[in-house]
Write a protein that binds this ligand. Sequence first.
Ligand code: NDP
Ligand code: MG
Length: 335
Amino acid sequence: MRVYYDRDADVNVIKGRKVAILGYGNQGRAHAQNLRDSGVREVAVALRPGSAAAEGAASANLAVMTPAEAAGWADVLMILIPDELQAKVYAEEIAPNLKDGAALAFAHGFNIHFRLIEPRPEVDVFMIAPKGPGHTVRSEYLRGAGVPCLVAVDRDASGNALEIALSYASAIGGGRAGVIETTFKEECETDLFGEQTVLCAGLNELILSAFETLVEGGYAPEMAYFECLHEVKLVVDLLYERGMARTRRACSNTAEYGDYTRGRRLIGPGVRQEMKRILEEIQSGSFAREWVLENAAGQASFKAMRRRAAEHPIEEVGERLRAMMPWIAENAPKA
Ligand code: NDP
Ligand code: MG
């Protein structure tokens, strides 16, 4: 695995270019402000007319343009609007206006890897994907550090795509922490797999199944909430800080013994088989097709699922218990 640092990048490459950031949300705000503070003089934020984010961008001393204007102006256009909207905005506003010799950048491989966006052949296409949320990309940068990034080049039309990408990564702080080389395919498929098995689907279903099992067994929902949801944070923080073996040692011997003897029963061959099927659906593009169709249909079933999930009794218990622990909300990072 190749890792690049600031010493492998020339920050002047990006400083000498016009950089537009499409979107001023979670990632967009951090990228635009870090680029500006790294000395990129011409940074613009591209927003649709009437966007609520325009005021924030302007008061951060950033030029604000429409997506079409930015496409005709920028040497480097970083696309940071939600993934499911990118193809439409690209087709309608970016593609017809994109300047010759421009580079298109992404922070996630989805649209390029699944060919929902197919830029003209003379356009450079690269990815700089910070491995952290925007507020951390910003706060680490301000601290003089940075969040590690992934870098991938899908198309090197100019012969300089990697150099531009590394320079961009350096200007947002990534070069201080390490910029790991990958491909659009690897980043995209592992990202979807991670969220569909562990981070979102797996963790949430595990918590809900355990919560329901305790409540159906006659235990208080409050106890079930503490044991099956609240305490996840303690363990996840330990895993994040010290890995698995030392987390196991930080738990009681009883907990550790239960882990070794029950874990494989719970996450058995059936779960692994399903994981393989989920991976195949990602690799074949069938998940991407399903999600594109869902969006084309106005997210009808997605919205229904979201509504139904929010009605689960764990939400009501959680709200009540979290109100007894006001420090939780106080310590949460500001978005
Ligand atoms: P957000 O949801 O925070 O982006 C919101 C921004 O997109 C707003 O400025 C919004 O403006 C704008 N926007 C929405 N719709 C449109 C539109 N139709 N036309 C123009 N602008 C629009 O996105 P994220 O920052 O979360 O994600 C951006 C990219 O970064 C994605 O590719 C994602 O996968 C990737 N990424 C995200 C990470 C994260 O932690 N969130 C981490 C690493 C990568 P408006 O005010 O007009 O609604
Ligand atoms: Mg991810």
